[in-house]
Design a protein around this ligand. Sequence first.
Ligand code: PHE
Length: 337
Amino acid sequence: LKVEALEKLREVQDPQTLNDLRVKYLGKKGELTEVLRGMGSLSAEERPVIGQVANTVRSAIEEIISAKQEAFQEQETLKRLQAEKVDVTLPGRRLPQGGIHPLNRVIQEIEDIFIGMGYHVAEGPEVETDHYNFEALNLPKNHPARDMQDSFYLTEELLMRTQTSPVQARTMLAMEGEVPVKIICPGKVFRRDDDDATHSFQFHQIEGLVIGPNIRMSDLKGTLQQFVKEMFGPSTGIRLRPSFFPFTEPSVEVDVSCFKCGGHGCRLCKQTGWLEILGAGMVHPKVLEMGGYDPEKYSGFAFGMGVERIAMLKYGIDDIRNFYFNDMGFVKQFRGV
Ligand code: PHE
C-alpha cells in the first residue's frame, strides 16, 4: 500500500487528483483507515506491530501530500504573478480625443477678433422678460415688428429670448451711464419656426454694442470692415443696405463680398457676389434714453449676427440642422480646422 501510494502521489500533477488520492488513502473510507479498522481482529501481539507500520505509512503519505500541496500553491502564486505582471515600459494607450463643436469654434473666433479690438464679452439670460426682449428695445406691445420674431412665451411676461439685443438694454443699465460701452454678447436665441435647411427654432447670435461720445456710422462701418477681413480674409469687402430695426436708426443690413467666387458670382452667393451676414445700425435715441444714456451727449452703434449662418458660409455647410444632429462624422471634420 505504501509503495503504491507514494508512487502515485509522486506522479500527481494537479491539486484535484492530489485531493482525490488523499481521500482514497486517508479518508474515512480510505484504504489505510480500512487497515486500521481491521485491527480489531488481530491478536494482541500483532496489533502494536501493525499499528506502528500503519502509522509510519500514514505519516509518510501525509508528508508527501503536504509537500505536494505546498508545491502546487507555489505554482499557483507564480502563475498569478505572471498573469498580473504589468509592463511599465509599454507605451500608453491613446485616449479618444474630443474636439470643439464647429459653432463654438466660430463663436470663439469671433470673440477673439472683437477682444482684439478692445471689446468685453457680456452675457444675459436665455429666459428673458418681455420688457428687455422687446419694450426696452423700442418694441412696445402690439408693435407690428414683433412679428419679425415669432416667440416662445412661457408666461405673459416671460419668453425665450428671440435675439441677443436684450443684453444691450441690460448692459446699458448695468453701466449706469458710464462710457465707453464696448461689448459683444454671444448666446442662444429662440424663435417659433419650423426647422428646415435654413431655419432652426434655436440658433446663436452675437450682439455688439458700442456707446460713447461722438460714435458715428463710419465707426460702425470701419469696425465691421475690420471684422470681416479677419474672419473671411483680407480681400473681403462689405456693403451696407438700408433696412429697419426698431432699436436702431438708421438701420442697415450688411453683406460681405463672396469669399468663394471673389465677387464674380457662384452658387454660394446665388450669382450676386454678396452674402448677407448681419443687421446693424445706430442705437435709437429712445433705446439710449431707456438705458440711461442722454442721446444728446452720447451715441452708439449696435450689430447682431447669426453664428450658424456665418459658420455655414465659412465652411460650406448647406443644412443648419447639421449643427444639432450631433453626427460624429460631421462634427469630427472640424477637429483640426
Ligand atoms: N437683433 C436683430 C435681429 O435679431 C439684429 C440686430 C442687432 C440688428 C443689433 C441691429 C442691431 O434680427
